[in-house]
Ligand binder design. Structure first.
Ligand code: PLP
Length: 412
């Protein structure tokens, strides 16, 4: 992992962080992928400030009218008959726990299927259902949950050593085997990220989600789309589920829903799945008024006419520029992404994952170019993420890629 900074940052404006010395750093990854509208979007700042002055917290029973407004805004855009939701969480981890509890209660089944390389959070349960073992080490409860992990649709390094279009979707076929031999025989749901974010910005191939939905229907499983990273416009659509035609039964959200980094989470579902009692899943700060206000004002911005079209357009520009880098530098094995969610897989001369170079790119981007990028220990740890805020300008996209180009030239 990169060894970033001892800088003390003083304020943020747009997609830029400014340190004590007044030095500006361009943030190419939206904070922790959560600043969907950058550091200080005026509309969200204004609404949150107003709310802080008026009322910051009431019991969640009293906040219900405010929560319902946000859920209405969200479900207006949601696919597959998703028409209600739950906003008593503050993090993506517990939103995913909420969705899996719903699945277990509704289906009366226990097991949860998730993908290798997936990340669904860091509570013990969310760690258990996430698809990387290193986070489970030392925490016995995170291996005890009824989780079954199945191979991810990682075509660049296909776990079956196959390639599209002649692979026969072995990653889907293998789920049938896991249901038969690895599960307890009582399976509630499959949870997936539309793009495996931490796992390496892995974009599943065309046709994958259609087959996954079919498999869920055949086995009576609910399909949960964890859109903690991909939701709220990141792919140029309000939900990536729409972009990939996933047809989920539930969608979980956090990160970008808070616009300027205000913590907030939500679970969206079809109303048949509205089975939880309040005492079964509520947190003190869930549906806090600051969070709900941030979500409402963020959605007002993202729903403005033309906003998502612009994200799509900017995503194409970013994608084209990153593909140019892919052609220019042998160390980029693949540039992959959708909308404003991109990753560069960094490889050595033999095509093997090059973690040292990945970290060098991230470190040098920060030190030499004042460009903030991120990697992840997930997978092979060799993917540089490029995911600026949705409010990034075209000029800023060009600058991000120019700086990245200079870094790649310097690491050789
Ligand atoms: C896809 C996904 N789901 C869930 C989570 C967990 O969210 P939180 O950190 O808010 O608990 C994350 C965090 O990185 C994530 O990327």
């Amino acid at each position: 992992m990169q060894t970033l900074t001892t800088n003390r940052f003083k304020f943020g404006k747009g997609i830029t962080l400014v340190d004590d010395a007044g030095t500006e750093y361009l943030d190419g990854v939206s904070g922790t992928f959560n600043l969907s509208l950058g550091y200080n979007h005026p509309h969200v700042v204004e609404k949150v400030q107003e709310q802080v002055g008026r009322l910051t917290h009431m019991s969640s029973t009293f906040t219900e009218p405010y929560v319902n407004e946000v859920l209405d805004q969200l479900t207006e855009h949601a696919p597959n008959g998703i028409d209600t939701g739950w906003m008593r969480d503050i993090t993506g981890s517990t939103a995913n726990e909420c969705a899996t509890k719903i699945a277990q209660k509704y289906t009366q089944a226990t097991d949860i299927i998730s993908l290798f390389l997936s990340h669904h959070g860091q509570t013990q349960f969310a760690t258990a259902i996430s698809g990387n073992a290193f986070r489970r080490k030392h925490f016995p409860n995170s291996t005890a949950a009824n989780s079954v992990h199945v191979p991810a649709p990682y075509c660049y390094r296909c776990p079956f050593n196959a390639s599209r279009p002649n692979c026969g979707f072995q990653c889907i076929e293998s789920i049938h085997d896991h249901l038969e031999y690895a599960s307890s025989g009582s399976v509630a749901c499959i949870i997936i990220e539309p793009i495996l974010g931490n796992g390496g910005n892995i974009v599943p191939p065309e046709g994958y989600f259609k087959l996954l939905r079919k498999l869920c229907d055949e086995h009576g499983l609910l399909l949960i789309a964890d859109e903690v990273q991909t939701g709220i416009g990141r792919t140029g659509y309000m939900f990536a589920s729409e972009r990939f035609d996933i047809q989920p039964d539930m969608i979980t959200l956090a990160k970008g829903l808070g616009g300027i980094g205000v913590p907030v989470a939500a679970v969206l579902m079809q109303s048949r799945l509205d089975v939880l009692e309040k005492h079964e899943h509520s947190f003190t700060s869930g549906s806090n008024l600051i969070s709900v206000t941030a979500a409402k004002s963020t959605l007002e911005v993202v729903s403005e006419t033309g906003f998502l079209d612009e994200v799509k357009l900017k995503g194409e520009i970013l994608g084209d520029l990153l593909h140019e880098l892919e052609t220019k530098y042998d160390c980029i094995g693949e540039a992959r992404g959708v909308g404003l969610m991109w990753g560069l897989e960094i490889v050595d001369e033999d095509g093997a994952p090059d973690v040292a170079k990945t970290n060098a790119v991230i470190d040098r981007a920060f030190a030499d170019q004042h460009l903030i990028l991120r990697g992840s220990r997930y997978g092979f740890g060799n993917v540089v993420k490029v995911r600026p805020s949705l409010t990034v300008t075209t000029d800023e996209i060009v600058t991000i890629v120019e700086r990245l180009d200079a870094v790649l030239a310097s690491v050789g």
